[in-house]
Design a protein around this ligand. Structure first.
Ligand code: CO
Length: 469
């Protein structure tokens, strides 16, 4: 049976720009700025399906708000993969879960030399000073014009970094006025490297040597620390990764005979200060973390018992199987003076693609997290938005039959006093109507304020941000 949400995994080839979308309800007149989102826009090349959600060809979406009006535009990133794949009708570059046939020579060099890496930067976007960049899980980024979404080329850093992986979830340190990202060096020596980022420069803050790196999609920061969750999902063999035929992610193996660890890195000292074991788990998204006292960190995550989810995110699996498992809202208490980390579950509802009121609360005590989620008792795709009050352990929900929301992005109201005074901006696929809309929810009440109707569907994407431009 065709899934109601199947359209979310179908390509959107039509690039449009609309100056004023039809609106039901009202968008707040104070809402001024632009939400830019990233995600796959194309799921096949010629007749060849792109197997994994994370490998679709990147398309940017822009919603601009002002005077209660909403405009929209979408545009593919003109990556080397977009150009060459569409020109040749086949997949040409190694991705997250796809590996085109390569010669032995190409394999030998692909890992160690930057031999025209794929720049299908499909996962997230951010701003570094005046540069708007799209990111994936490699250290490169692609610049784009935030108004037209035109691709401007690969971001030219002043120096190369010796790392093969990077997260697409850098943090911003408002006190130090730098971005912070985690990169992984794969080679004879394996390192987790932490970098401070400006638009031109990447400065190493710390380096942690590891025996075998795990696949890490995000991390958390507090004023003093960078916190990595080192899952029991490790690179099995460097030789296999370099020379084998398995796509990138299939070289990582779940091994629950080994503990997972929280690695705590002191930013000022540039040193690993604690390696705290806990029972094996996996997650894509950290939610937030803070220093409860000098010897205790709180780390909130959207967690899984194992890394099985990665297999569930192949497009075939998404379209044919039930989607039974979504992240559990876990709060880990991480002792810095010995002992194991343990967790409690903060919500009855699941949470994925989590967001918070970032600027005042990232790395600090907080009350509210928002995310996409699957309604309890269903095995549907992400079909509701949740707001979790972590202080009172209460969860409120927005749900509408046949609707499939994406990551909810919180935008604070001007001069907001309360942490949740603002709106949530959510792209929603309306499977009944066959198109998408931009939903504005009052973040305090979780009631709908308005929706702006897009005349076509927006494929399910990953992440985005709001900018005052
Ligand atoms: Co992500």
């Amino acid at each position: 049976m065709t899934k109601a949400y199947a359209q979310g995994f179908s390509s959107q080839h039509s690039e449009i720009s609309i100056s004023e979308l039809p609106i039901h309800g009202q968008f707040p007149t104070w809402l001024r700025g632009t939400l830019i989102r990233n995600g796959p826009g194309q799921f096949e090349v010629g007749k060849t399906p792109i197997p994994h959600w994370f490998d679709g060809l990147a398309q940017l979406h822009r919603f601009s708000f002002g005077d209660g009006k909403v405009s929209y535009g979408n545009r593919f990133i003109r990556s080397n993969a977009y150009a060459k794949d569409n020109q040749t009708g086949k997949i040409n570059y190694r991705g997250f879960a796809v590996d085109p046939c390569r010669t032995m020579f190409q394999k030998a060099f692909a890992l160690f030399i930057e031999q025209e890496p794929a720049n299908n930067t499909v996962v997230n976007i951010t701003r570094l000073e005046d540069d708007f960049i799209a990111m994936t899980e490699f250290p490169l980024a692609v610049r784009f014009d935030p108004h037209t979404l035109e691709t401007l080329g690969v971001l030219d850093y002043d120096e190369k970094v010796n790392a093969q992986l990077a997260t697409a979830h850098p943090h911003y340190d408002f006190a130090r006025r730098v971005g912070i990202n985690h990169m992984t060096r794969i080679g004879r020596k394996m390192n987790y490297d932490l970098y401070a980022l400006t638009s031109k420069k990447r400065t190493k803050l710390a380096s942690v040597t590891v025996k075998s790196p795990s696949y890490m999609h995000s991390f958390s920061t507090t004023p003093r620390y960078i916190i990595l969750a080192d899952y029991s999902f490790k690179l099995k063999s460097l030789i296999q990764l370099a020379f084998g035929d398995k796509p990138f992610i299939q070289n990582f193996v779940w091994d629950d005979t080994e503990d997972s660890h929280f690695l705590v890195i002191d930013i000022e000292r540039g040193k690993l200060v604690a390696e705290v074991p806990t029972d094996p788990f996996f997650c894509f998204h950290h939610i937030n973390a803070y220093e409860a006292d000098d010897n205790t960190l709180i780390v909130d995550l959207s967690a899984y018992d194992d890394a099985h989810l990665i297999d569930q995110l192949y497009v075939d699996a998404l379209l044919q199987q039930d989607y039974p498992q979504v992240g559990e809202f876990r709060r880990y208490t991480v002792p810095l003076n010995g002992g194991r980390a343990s967790y409690e579950v903060l919500s009855d509802e699941s949470i994925e693609l989590p967001r918070i009121n970032y600027k005042p609360h990232n790395g600090r005590d907080y009350q509210f997290a928002y995310g996409a989620s699957v309604q309890k008792g269903t095995s549907d795709f992400l079909n509701q938005i949740v707001k979790v009050d972590v202080k009172n352990r209460q969860t409120s929900v927005w749900y509408e039959e046949g609707c499939y929301p994406s990551e909810p992005v919180f935008v604070p109201a001007p001069n907001a006093q309360a942490e949740d005074d603002g709106v949530l901006l959510v792209v929603v696929l309306d499977s009944r109507a066959g198109n998408s809309f931009m939903l504005a929810l009052d973040a305090q009440s979780m009631q709908e304020l308005g929706r702006a109707i897009v005349p076509q569907h927006i494929p399910f994407g990953f992440h985005g941000s709001f900018f005052d431009i």
